[in-house]
Design a protein around this ligand. Structure first.
Ligand SMILES: *[C@@H]1O[C@H](CO)[C@@H](O)[C@H](O)[C@H]1NC(C)=O
Ligand SMILES: *[C@@H]1O[C@H](CO)[C@@H](O)[C@H](O)[C@H]1NC(C)=O
Length: 345
């Protein structure tokens, strides 16, 4: 009898522990799904070590940098809780695509020195160069880097970042299909990523869709500010344009025979100034806040309801060396004093 009671008490403890563990895991797990882009096109940005402290203070565990900046990577040493996506610069692609030796040299210089104490999870080859004049340089570099990390057994995934301009059709989502140039340049990359089980990285900006057609796209639909069904596409119902654009890309991939390839949203965001009433801190806060909620809800899109969204907000700081206008106002923080431009985290 006593023994059974002990067993029962033990089992109850186990169950309680499992529940607590499960809750903790899900909280950490979803929080870690929202990352931040860390762009450096400003002449008034804070030192990287301050920025890393900021990330840790707001619980950011994933960041993306656009090139292997040594100052940033050195500041990340020892902060292994932060997963880092590192970009290969577009200007380097010509040389790297011409020779596997050049890729080995690039890796030895830019990645190798940090492997021991920086948590580099992804290398993305080129930023929005597919489709375009240097688009064909991407796949050979991805192949060389994939061979290299495989042969070394390193836990780094190799991908590339593409824009939604690869879609020739995106409305309704089920009509999604790639442009002829994307069919040439992007589809082979998607097939390669399917083979290596690595997500494609996509930049999705409802802001630009809305700003270019505010007559037919309502602000509420663009900023996740309605629960109502705005677009019905067969059995799928859309109340925000983010999901609609995401799914248009999924449909376009399927039409090329690429099924079940996962997608990471490498950039999304909304500017807080630069275009009158469309770009206020309140609207930017609403869009970004709702995006974070969407990610943390663990829900997917109507076409992929069970695949939770993995995404990075663009960007950490307003960058004054980007083109004038909205481009300089995507930041969540002021560069000079690191104060939030609006409350988000
Ligand atoms: C490295 O980053 C990834 C992605 O954020 C995370 O899942 C992993 O736990 C991190 N590794 C360590 C050692 O913390
Ligand atoms: C808005 O929708 C109307 C009606 O469907 C269409 O005729 C018009 O071309 C659209 N405007 C734009 C800018 O897409």
């Amino acid at each position: 009898m006593g023994f059974c009671k002990k067993i029962t008490a033990f089992l109850l403890l186990c169950i309680a522990f499992l529940f607590r563990k499960h809750n903790d895991d899900s909280r950490n797990g979803v929080a870690s799904n929202v990352g931040l882009n860390y762009g450096l096109l400003g002449d008034n940005l804070p030192p990287p070590s301050n920025v890393i402290s900021l990330y840790e203070s707001i619980g950011i565990t994933r960041i993306r940098i656009f090139d292997p900046n040594p100052e940033v990577l050195n500041a990340l040493r020892g902060h292994r809780g932060i997963g880092v996506t590192v970009g290969v610069k577009d200007q380097d692609l010509a040389v790297l695509s011409a020779s596997e030796e050049a890729v080995k040299g690039w890796f030895a210089t830019n990645i190798e020195p940090y492997l021991a104490d920086v948590n580099i999870t992804f290398i993305t080859v080129g930023n929005e160069v597919i489709s375009g004049p240097i688009g064909p340089q991407v796949l050979p570099v991805m192949q060389s880097l994939t061979n290299l990390v495989k042969s070394r057994n390193l836990p780094i995934s190799i991908s590339t970042v593409v824009a939604m301009s690869n879609l020739g059709q995106s409305y309704p989502p089920s009509a999604g299909e790639f442009t002829p140039q994307a069919r040439e340049q992007l589809v082979p990359v998607l097939r390669f990523l399917s083979e290596t089980c690595t997500p494609i990285h996509v930049n999705i900006y409802p802001y630009f869709a809305f700003a270019s057609n505010p007559v037919n796209i309502t602000l509420d639909y663009a900023i996740f500010n309605t629960e109502g069904v705005v677009v019905e596409d067969g059995p799928m119902k859309y109340s925000n344009i983010f999901d609609a654009i995401f799914d248009a890309f999924v449909w376009a991939m399927e039409k090329e025979g690429v099924k079940d390839l996962s997608m990471v949203v490498s950039e999304t965001g909304w500017p807080s100034a630069g275009n009158g009433d469309f770009t206020t801190p309140e609207i930017a806060a609403t869009y970004n806040g709702n995006f974070v909620k969407h990610v943390r809800s663990g829900k997917g899109t109507p076409k992929r309801p069970h695949c939770r969204i993995d995404g990075f907000l663009f960007a950490t700081f307003n960058e004054n060396q980007k083109p004038a206008g909205t481009e300089q106002h995507f930041g969540l923080y002021e560069p000079t004093d690191m104060k939030p431009i609006y409350k988000l985290f």
